[in-house]
Ligand binder design. Structure first.
Ligand code: NAD
Length: 327
């Protein structure tokens, strides 16, 4: 059998071979554009897909005997699920490998911004280092402040637990999570996004990218936040409007923003928020933290993700029940 790794990965697929070597040959295409898949994937018995390309309807329709499309990761917005449904090919993901890492990353961004770590680094460097503990006299205390979680799934829950450990008052907005989860976790459920934003000192986004969440955080929603709020997005870039974020940083509506994901990745150098982040003279420079969609990463988590994706392919090839089917 043939298992094809479509994109991103060009080095030796050692873990994948360990899981699948007795059943299938593995081919890594390292495609950077979907068109490069043409003529390469039609005979695949399974596809392992990273996030560098979109797997659209034409590619999926060209698969002649594929038993599963497995995303090496959580988000599956780069796979055309309707096309997979039409072709009757199951789509699976690996939902759990990086739950703790992403929540740790979101928390790290929140703490760094609130504790003003980027400013301190600058204050202590350069020609005239400023050794002054009261440099930022209005530095807030975190205990008791409201942390608003949007999307109380795996990562949102892990972030909520971290917020509780800091003594924050954790609220969440998630219209799809069952009643009772709030009580089991000791969290406050808020019935609308507007109400959540209206009272959050810090907001952390943990929803998938859907028609509903695309552009969810725009100028209008940012205007609902109390002045001086902090926004963290480790979910998906297109959920936030970066121009509106920069405008909110400029008026002080936002004190800081931490983004691991951007509407365009790698970062668009023309995006005004990215320009501000790269320009030390910009007034918002120290209040923007960007990371390159790396929140998921730890050495152990990365290996777990690859191994689990390959094992899901193994189950598909053997006709066993799939563990993490999304379609
Ligand atoms: P999950 O499916 O466990 O949780 C998502 C939650 O969002 C669910 O509880 C769902 O009910 C809720 N939700 C859906 N639509 C909503 C809406 N309109 N408003 C409010 N809540 C809504 O997902 P997860 O594993 O916790 O992942 C969360 C996000 O993090 C996803 O976007 C995923 O792609 C992203 N992610 C990013 C990285 C990274 O490296 N930055 C890594 C892993 C996952």
């Amino acid at each position: 059998m043939r298992v094809i790794v479509t994109d991103f990965w060009t080095s030796e697929p050692d873990l994948e071979r360990e899981a699948l070597g007795d059943l299938a040959e593995l081919h890594c295409l390292g495609a950077t554009d979907e068109l490069q898949l043409r003529g390469q994937i039609e005979q695949a018995d399974a596809l392992l897909v990273w996030h560098d390309i979109r797997l659209g309807a034409a590619s999926i329709a060209s698969l002649e005997r594929c038993r599963a499309i497995v995303r090496i990761g959580v988000g599956f917005d780069n796979v055309d699920l309707d096309a997979a449904r039409r072709a009757e090919i199951p789509v699976c993901n690996v939902p759990d490998y990086g739950v703790e890492e992403v929540a740790d990353h979101a928390l790290a961004m929140l703490l760094a911004l609130v504790r003003r770590l980027p400013d301190w680094q600058t204050a202590l460097r350069g020609q005239a280092p400023r050794w002054d503990a009261l440099c930022f006299p209005r530095l807030p205390r975190l205990r008791g402040k409201v942390l608003g979680i949007i999307g109380l799934g795996r990562i949102g829950t892990a972030m909520a637990m971290r917020g509780k450990a800091l003594g924050m008052q954790v609220c969440f907005y998630d219209p799809y999570t069952a009643d009772g989860r709030d009580k089991a976790l000791g969290l406050e459920r808020v019935e609308s996004l507007q109400a959540l934003l209206g009272r959050s000192f810090a907001v952390s986004i943990h929803t998938p990218l859907t028609d509903e969440t695309r552009g969810m955080i725009d100028a209008q929603s940012l205007a609902l936040l109390p002045a001086g709020a902090t926004l963290i997005n480790t979910a998906r870039g297109p959920i936030c409007d970066t121009r509106a974020i920069l405008a909110a940083l400029q008026t002080g509506q936002l004190a800081g923003v931490g983004l691991d994901v951007l509407p365009c990745e790698p970062a668009d150098p023309e995006d005004p928020l990215v320009c501000a982040f790269r320009q030390p003279e910009h007034p918002a420079y120290h209040r923007i933290i960007l990371t390159p969609h790396s929140a998921f990463y730890s050495e152990a988590g990365f290996a777990e993700m690859r191994r689990k994706a390959a094992l899901e392919v193994r189950r598909a090839l053997l006709g066993e029940t799939l563990r993490n089917r999304v379609v």
